[in-house]
Ligand binder design. Structure first.
Ligand SMILES: [Zn+2]
Length: 81
């Protein structure tokens, strides 16, 4: 099997990939926009190219990202004191 995962993190299930996609939006300024099933390793990878995954357009997901970002900012500020 060709190793394509040396650079990219891979996820065994779509659920894991979805979670990772959401987390990338919480943490990064240039997050991944979607995930795809890799033809080489048959696992999921995140990608920053292409169309935004519909998951990221769901109101409950957008709300979760905002909420966790706020929590992250808040705990970062506490650490700096
Ligand atoms: Zn792969």
């Amino acid at each position: 099997m060709e190793d394509c995962s040396s650079k990219k993190k891979s996820y065994y299930t779509a659920d894991e990939a979805e979670e990772a996609l959401i987390r990338s939006h919480i943490r990064f300024h240039k997050p991944a926009v979607s995930y795809y099933l890799c033809e080489i390793c048959a696992q999921f990878h995140l990608t920053s190219r292409g169309e935004t995954h519909p998951l990221l357009l769901k109101p409950e997901v957008i709300a979760r990202i905002k909420k966790e970002q706020q929590f992250q900012d808040w705990s970062a500020r506490l650490k700096n004191k």
